[in-house]
Structure formats: C-alpha cells, structure tokens
Design a protein around this ligand. Structure first.
Ligand code: CA
Length: 448
C-alpha cells in the first residue's frame, strides 16, 4: 500500500531528501564500529529514512515485529533475498509497521532515547552493500529512442529499428558476478578492437596497445568507455521451470527497483557483438544503487506508457498503467580540486519513456518456461528520451564521438575518461512527496 502524502515522521526529513516516510526502501549495510573490543558489526538489513538508516536487526530486539510472526533472522543476512522470500504480504506488513513506528505522533521509539540510539545510524557513517545476491541478470533494450539512435548510427537510418523490435522486448543474458554496489571503482577494461586506421599506419601504435603489424585487430584499454542510464527491477518470487508469468500477474513477482549503470566499452562491443550479442564489452562491471525502492512506494507514480503500434501478441498485451514517472539524471565528475565546478549534468531522462514495460518484459522472459528466482535482476536497457539532452549514453549524447560535450571545468568528453566519476540519480515526485533512489556512482580508474 502506498502511504498518504500527508504522513510525516518525527525524524526530520529535508524536502530535497529521496527518503521520506512514504519511501522506506530496503538495503544491506554495515553500521560503524561501536568502539567495543572484538569483531566489528556484521552486514544487516536497514531502511533509509531522511539522512538516517534504521537498523532492523537491532529494531527486532525491541519486539516491534512480534505480532507479524515471521522469522526475524532474515534481518541478520548479508542480502535481502531471505527477507524478500517472505513474500509481499509480509514484507509489506514490515514496511507498514515501520511507517507506524516513525509516524510523528507515535511515541514508541520517538520517546525512547536508549532504543533510538541503538537502531538509528547516520547514513554517511554506514557502509552500503549490494542489496541482493543476484543469481541471474538480464538486460533488456526497451527504449525505442535508444534502439532507434543506435540503429541509425550503426546500420541504416531508414530502417533503424530491426523488424523484431516492436514485436518483442529484446534482451540478453548478462553477467551477475560483476554487478557491484554504488561507490565501487573499477579499472578501464582492455580488449580487442578493430583498427582500420592502424592498418594504414602500422608505425603508430598508441601507448599500452599491443598489435601485430598485419593484424586487423589491436589489444588494449578501451577508447570508448560509456555508461548506460538504466533502471533495474528485482524479482521477489520465483517460478518453477516450465511456468510462465502473465502480464496480469507480473507485478506479484516484482519486489522493487534500483538505479542501474550498464558500463559499456563501445569499441570492444562493436567488434564482438555479431552474431551472438554483448559479451566482454559489457560484462566487466555494472553498478547498482544500494536502496531497493518497493513497488508499493512507487504506486502513486504510475503513468500510461507509449501507444504500441503495431498491436502486440496476446501474451504481451496488458491493461492499466504500467509505466512509472521517474526523473533520471546523469552527471560526470572529473577528478578535479574544485568539486563544485567539476560536476556536469550530461543527461536528463525519465523512466516513463520506456516502450516495453516491466510486466511485458517479465511475461516475455518466462513465456517459454524459463524460470526466475528471488533476487534475479532485470535491467531496462538504456533509457533515452526524444530530445538529444535526454539520451542515456555518451554514444548517443556525443553521436558516436562526433559532437563532444563541453564540461563545466572547460574540458570536453566524447566518452568517459580515466578518473571520471559517473553519478546517476532518480526520483519521482507528486503531491509534494518525493520518492527517490539516491544515487549510483562509480569511478573509472586507469587500465590495470
Ligand atoms: Ca544495457
């Protein structure tokens, strides 16, 4: 159930905060060391409220969840999988109980200073972790503007969308092991890239690159490192092999959402992707935001999706509003002494632009009997809008590097440089309530 816009917490929440009492997203965190001797605190489940984190492992000791009758050991785990596996009825009841506890007129915790000190941590002092153990990760390609831009650049502007695109949500199976939580830095990946220009000038081999004089390929750090602005949903309920999920039931299987950056090496990708699709150009790293915003919290922000023409097959048809109005933003922060000068917003987009919605993606994913498991992550694909300032990748924003972006520190970007930090943010807003995702950020270190 979404919570009333008028609801307020006794914990002060800044109007610009992503985490008012109407949000209450779940995540995994480690509290700061208490100073006591012995082993430091272990990761556990928490809920974001304002600039604080509510520690559910400590909170359960106060007995506030006793009436709900579930195994509260799920709060002592280093992933949300067991908590999510309790089912939406229970996880929803936990969220409702927390909302009651934090509501401004409730003295239960508000007036109990000793308990309050134990269960609340400053967000800036905790360490966040990957929220779920991700068994499988799928990445879709569901923004028409993105698919059209890429098709125009790499194939044929007159036939930018491939014939299948408007009939099924295109996707591929990605790599779960290299998905990292926001704030995890990574080294610029190396790989094979084609080198027509090197073939004509065999003497000029850029530093750090290995190449045989007659070879059509080179090996070295990618020169076209890119981000992809995406959102991901987390599976909350598994299916058996052979079962399918209908668009009507799909929402029962979706626990919540995160921000997602599908880092991509365009030169590696362009050389390898035919005929089987993305591989090393994608699987070196993907970054996800730490707080999982529940579908209950996002309920007020449902909107209609774009009209789908031609009509889709019956198993992909749906009724009701299945898109969500979520504002998205991408910034690049170069390594610079003046942080204020150094951050440049390079894109503003919105999740509502998606041509294929999550219910359709899930219905398609399972229509052949492919089973899904709790904790699986399904990413949207790059979310581009219709205008050039709303494109969700550098590939599109700079049109393959032909239109560099001016940065606020005076430098230019065609793609992402070493020591750049890419930050993505997202929030929905309505009736004076802002439900946000925080951010997903990652810094690109020089190739190892
Ligand atoms: Ca992608």
């Amino acid at each position: 159930m979404p919570m009333k816009p008028t609801l307020k917490s006794w914990i002060p929440v800044d109007p610009s905060s992503d985490f008012p009492i109407q949000n209450l997203p779940f995540g995994i965190f480690t509290p700061p060391p208490s100073g006591e001797a012995g082993r430091g605190p272990l990761p556990r489940v928490g809920v974001a409220i304002g600039d604080q984190v509510l520690d559910l492992l400590e909170l359960k000791k106060t007995g506030v969840f006793n009436a709900l009758k579930f195994d509260t050991n799920v709060f002592a785990k280093s992933s949300l999988n067991d908590f999510i596996s309790l089912g939406k009825k229970t996880t929803g009841a936990v969220r409702t109980r927390i909302s009651k506890l934090l509501e401004e007129r409730n003295p239960e915790l508000r007036d109990n200073e000793m308990a309050r000190k134990k269960v609340l941590h400053k967000m800036k002092d905790v360490q966040m972790h990957l929220p779920v153990e991700i068994g499988d990760y799928t990445d879709f390609y569901s923004s028409m503007e993105h698919a059209r831009n890429v098709g125009t650049m790499f194939r044929d502007p007159a036939n930018a969308l491939l014939p299948n695109w408007k009939h099924l949500p295109v996707g591929y199976h990605g790599r779960a092991s290299s998905i990292v939580v926001s704030g995890t830095d990574f080294h610029r990946p190396k790989g094979q890239t084609p080198t027509p220009e090197l073939r004509s000038q065999p003497a000029v081999v850029p530093q750090g690159e290995e190449k045989q004089p007659d070879s059509p390929v080179a090996f070295g750090p990618t020169k076209q490192l890119d981000f992809e602005l995406e959102m991901a949903f987390i599976i909350g309920k598994g299916t058996k092999l052979g079962e399918s999920v209908s668009t009507k039931d799909a929402e029962d299987y979706i626990f919540g959402m995160c921000l997602f950056n599908d880092w991509s090496a365009r030169d590696i990708q362009a050389w390898e992707y035919v005929p089987l699709g993305p591989f090393l150009g994608k699987n070196f790293c993907s970054s996800v935001s730490p707080w999982v915003v529940t579908m209950d919290a996002l309920e007020p922000f449902r909107v209609a999706g774009p009209k789908q023409d031609p009509e889709v097959l019956p198993y992909l048809q749906y009724s009701g509003n299945k898109n969500y109005d979520i504002n998205l933003e991408v910034c690049i922060q170069p390594e610079t002494l003046n942080l204020k000068l150094g951050t440049t917003v390079v894109s503003r987009s919105n999740f509502k632009y998606m041509y294929w919605n999550m219910a359709q993606q899930l219905a398609h994913h399972t229509v052949n009997g492919c089973n899904i498991r709790t904790g699986d992550m399904m990413a949207s694909g790059t979310i581009s809008g219709a205008t050039p300032d709303s494109f969700g990748s550098m590939l599109e924003l700079t049109w393959k590097g032909t239109k560099p972006i001016k940065m606020s520190d005076g430098t230019e970007r065609k793609f992402i440089n070493d020591n750049d930090t890419v930050i993505m943010k997202g929030f929905a807003e309505k009736d004076g309530v802002r439900v946000g995702f925080g951010e997903v950020k990652g810094k690109v270190l020089p190739a190892a």
